[in-house]
Design a protein around this ligand. Structure first.
Ligand code: KIV
Length: 262
């Protein structure tokens, strides 16, 4: 999948796999994989920088990681970059500047958390030819207002609000919506209500696709095991074994060998 129209065309068809990436080497692995679409998430703040939340990500930081990922993908996948904390809340000119930075870095689309209060910004970006992906449910940039990283939309009113906002995102011209940490029944309702792909994370099996953080599903973040993450590889264990073997070979004198010397 290389383009936004390719993504939209998958509504109701083969499910869409999305992975985060933050660096050129992750992107090279993804470029050689069948994974459909890559997101440079503001989760870079926690996954790469070890921050407890995503607030420290700025447009410049996302742009720098987007450029690295774009180099690694070399046009092989649809590349989406996250609007970081407050970037959609400073009015249309600031949002246009942020989108310009991210698209010039190599993103083909941007992802923006929330809807209420900045639907005008979303419409303006879409009207300016910038593809926008929405993000509802657990929106980590609002973690303090939400009282923590909790499942959203359990109560009827909260579920109705998410469904309403999802419809508004589609009406604003978004080409897809990420739905994070909501009951699977709500995710199914949103997925069938929209004519654009809904990508779940912690939202059950009835969406048009899934997104996970690269380090989480490959076992590179062993301390982090929420219910919605399945570990598809034990890369962390492999790295730990490699580190121990390297250390031992240096210390017992078997590395470097004659063949590894000039
Ligand atoms: O920042 C991120 O990585 C995300 C995805 C997990 C949806 O927003």
């Amino acid at each position: 999948m290389k383009t936004v129209p390719d993504f939209k065309a998958r509504k109701g068809g083969e499910r869409i796999s999305v992975s985060t990436a933050y660096s050129c080497w992750e992107a090279r692995f993804l470029a050689a994989s069948p994974v459909d679409c890559v997101l440079v998430g503001d989760s870079v703040a926690s996954v790469v920088d070890g921050e407890p939340a995503t607030f420290s990500a700025t447009p410049e930081i996302i742009a720098r990681h987007t450029a690295a990922v774009a180099r690694g993908l070399a046009g092989s996948k649809l590349l989406v970059a996250d609007f970081p904390f407050l970037a959609a809340r400073r009015g249309i000119p600031a949002a246009v500047d942020c989108a310009a930075l991210l698209l010039r870095a190599g993103a083909q689309a941007v992802k923006i958390e929330g809807c209420d209060g900045h639907a005008d910004v979303l419409r303006h970006l879409v009207g300016s030819g910038i593809p926008v992906m929405g993000h509802l449910g657990l929106t980590p940039q609002s973690v303090h207002a939400l009282g923590g990283n909790k499942v959203q939309g359990r109560a009827d009113a909260a579920a109705a609000s998410i469904l309403r906002q999802a419809r508004e995102l589609e009406a604003a011209g978004c080409f897809g919506v990420v739905l994070e940490c909501v009951p699977f029944t709500l995710a199914a309702a949103v997925t069938s209500a929209l004519g654009i792909p809904v990508i779940g994370i912690g939202a059950g099996p009835l969406t048009d696709g899934q997104v996970l953080v690269f380090h989480d599903y490959l076992g590179l973040n062993p301390g982090f095991q929420p219910r919605f993450v399945r570990r598809f590889a034990d890369a962390g264990e492999s790295v730990a074994r490699g580190l121990a073997a390297y250390d031992a070979a240096v210390k017992n004198g078997t590395f470097p060998s004659a063949n590894e010397s000039y």
